[in-house]
Design a binder for this molecule. Structure first.
Ligand code: SF4
Length: 337
């Protein structure tokens, strides 16, 4: 594991949403670290806080109803939670940290051809820095446009989009789902970001296209040394793609480990049950985790998994387990350790 300082460190992040039904305690002291050049998988069932974590990192939690009540998000030595929105929008979101979303059609503007949308990414988020008003004016010149288009075409070739020159004149609806996902990967990499957040980007694709996209993404980010926070509920995707994994349950992180260690020596009962739930053609019946993720309005105290855990002890309902180091890079939060 790299000993370099993490590019992103989330410490004790707490996020709540005030709704008509009550206060949703969406994140309760979440911790995670993304190291330089690594792909960190963030896994858990739907509703466990993966996307809320990503939104907090990107500074796009709507407030109200959202309210970050504690914690720090350290990126390049700065706490993003203390940066003014103007600075976040100018230097971080869309430039140093980019997003590959799940909804490929919704992420692209239906009324502009691809050329316009990709030029705009480089115009507003140039890798070399924005250069103020003069820089922006320069980026409307012919010479800049010629160079930018060459850069865009090179990246479209790298993401293996068929006929990149012809594609520039097309509109989003003229591409297949897999092609749009390649486009969004290109868009996310164009500003040469430090960190890419990929939010379930392959969920809507069939398995063969999914495998191609994952291979492509892994190759591109490893070549560039870009770090990735890859959000997914699919442990099969994690096994193929990620270097390390953080498992989340009901707004808390419960286990972090190198991918191989998590699959061979899962420590947290939730991780163990998630792995046992993976489809296996040798088993006659599909296994699942009994019960459902609890409501985060008035969530269970202590370890939030205690309402579904077959190994729960009395203290589990009282106190949140502290983080325990089991092996280098392998931590768990469970009173069994
Ligand atoms: Fe189960 Fe207790 Fe461990 Fe939570 S802390 S996973 S309830 S044993």
């Amino acid at each position: 594991m790299s000993s370099a300082p993490p590019v992103l460190e989330v410490r004790d992040l707490c996020l709540r949403f005030h709704t008509d039904q009550g206060t949703v305690e969406a994140l309760d002291g979440v911790n995670l670290r993304v190291l330089p050049g690594e792909i960190l998988g963030l896994v858990g069932e739907s509703g466990c806080g993966k996307t809320a974590t990503a939104r907090a990192i990107l500074g796009v939690v709507p407030a109200p109803p959202g309210e970050i009540t504690g914690g720090r998000i350290l990126f390049g030595g700065e706490d993003l939670l203390r940066l003014p929105e103007r600075e976040l929008a100018r230097r971080i979101r869309g430039r140093a940290i980019t997003l590959i979303p799940q909804d490929t059609l919704g992420a692209l503007n239906p009324v502009f051809p691809l050329r316009t949308q990709l030029l705009d990414v480089l115009r507003w988020h140039p890798p070399e820095g924005d250069g103020g008003l003069w820089g922006l004016l320069r980026r409307y010149g012919r010479r800049w446009r010629r160079q930018a288009l060459a850069q865009i075409l090179a990246l479209l070739r790298q993401v293996q989009l068929p006929d990149p020159e012809g594609a520039l004149a097309k509109y989003p609806h003229e591409f297949s789902g897999g092609q749009r996902q390649r486009l969004l990967i290109a868009m996310a990499l164009l500003p040469n970001p430090v960190l890419v957040i990929a939010d379930e980007p392959t969920t809507a694709l069939d398995v063969t296209i999914q495998a191609q996209i994952l291979r492509l993404l892994r190759r591109l980010v490893k070549e560039r040394g870009t770090s990735v926070l890859f959000i997914t509920h699919d442990l099969g995707v994690v096994a193929r793609l990620c270097d390390r994994v953080t498992v989340m349950y009901a707004g808390q992180e419960v286990e972090t480990a190198p991918t191989a260690a998590l699959f061979t020596r899962p420590a947290h009962p939730y991780t163990q049950q998630l792995l046992a739930s993976l489809p296996d053609h040798r088993k006659e019946e599909l296994e699942g985790i009994p019960g459902v993720v609890p409501s985060l309005i008035d969530p269970p105290r202590g370890c939030r998994f205690h309402t579904r855990c077959s190994q729960a002890r009395p203290e589990c309902a009282l106190t949140r387990p502290p983080e325990r180091l089991l092996a280098p890079g392998h931590t768990v939060r469970c009173h069994l350790y």
